[in-house]
Ligand binder design. Sequence first.
Ligand code: ZN
Length: 492
Amino acid sequence: MPLRLFNTLTGQSEDLVPMDGKAIRMYACGPTVYDYGHIGNFRTFLQIDVLRRTLQLLGVPVHHVMNITDVDDKIIRNAAAQGIPIGEYTAPFERAFFEDLDTLKIQRPEQFARATEHIAHMVELIQELANAGAAYQTEDGSWYFRLAAFPEYGKLSKKDLSGIEDGARVDVDEYEKDSARDFALWKAAKPGETSWDTPIGRGRPGWHIECSAMAMEYLGESFDLHGGGEDLMFPHHENEIAQSETVTHKQFVRHWMHVRFLLVDGRKMSKSEGNFFTLRDLLLKGYKASAIRLALISVPYRHQLNFTFDGLTEATNAIDRLRTFHQRLIQANLAPGSNPAIQAASEIAQAGYLAALSDDLNTASARAPIFDLIRAANTAIDQGQFFANDREVVLSVLSSFDRVFDVIEDGDAEPTRRALGWAKQAGRETDIAPELLARESLTDEAIDALIAERTQAKRQRNFARADEIRKHLADIGIVIEDSKDGVRWKRK
Ligand SMILES: [Zn+2]
């Protein structure tokens, strides 16, 4: 089954198949490492992760390149304000980005490319544009792309650009969304700024040329897919197309994928609105990494996600159901044989799951049949109608689900501890939720001791003390389960 994916360029859903018959060559715009990533950034990276994993699940290899923008206006400004070289300024944010990828179990692309390590290739590309008459130099030594040289400009975003003023220029990396201007390819060095000495003069690259140069360096002049957040469609991706196709006279990218923005509590996320969250903010509030992952992928990429704390709680509960069921399945004592109804339900769940993902990565519809299967299986286990072969089949459906969703295996303790360590080092202790602090400062041994004390209290019929201990642990998010085999506990 091929993956049907919406293509921004054609405005239609199309099969995504490798043009070289081997692997999907794809490029996704990566982070600008001037700050910690926010949940809007990570929604995009997670949806690209869903794309990668779905292709792999369908048996299609991927070759995925992501850039790290480690030089731009903001980076230069912030580094200058602190009086340090840009590399020193970006290094901790780049490290944080990789940690955050691990936290969210986002698979690493096959190739990362730092802008500052590809300057020579960008310069070559600008020289080729100049030779083609599509780039010109201004008096200060900067280079601009001449929009008039690329009549197809606007074909991706479908913007009406008839009002383009010939020769109007813009030199900042981000500019008004509705005006098309000749854009900077190379910015001449200003005093005190980071710059490179090159055949086209002393300066630094513009943001757009980075992606064209690095994408073509690793993926060739023409490749399968380019992805990014919807805000990058214009002008960034439009500019990438103009630069690349002017030089190669080939289609730069066949398939464009854009991930919609998220809202937070129904509003645009912004620092001034007080609804701006980095991934780290959420971890410090006590939310699990897996719940953040599930909440950010469960709404399909072309739909606006309204991110709420209720949504995070829903994701937490869904993961609890998945993990509890998975445990139950593994531990159940089952007779040999199989239940035809469960076998059929498993097949339906697996087919429904694959069909939903193959249909433009519909993660919401992909979840539903899995939870239907869990309900059916739980009922069958309760009624003694679930057998050893059923376990095998249902486990294989769960493992297929987890190849894309990746939330069943519990790896949540480590990212939370890492975030706590970081917060303490960065002087952000006050951002840590008191409940999380209390829970994490209690060692496993201390919890075991409290639970032993509770068991002892119950034995002595001191129910008040036993309840007090249970309540104390519940308040800090430690759940006690009494069972035939004794008492188990877990951190919520
Ligand atoms: Zn880019």
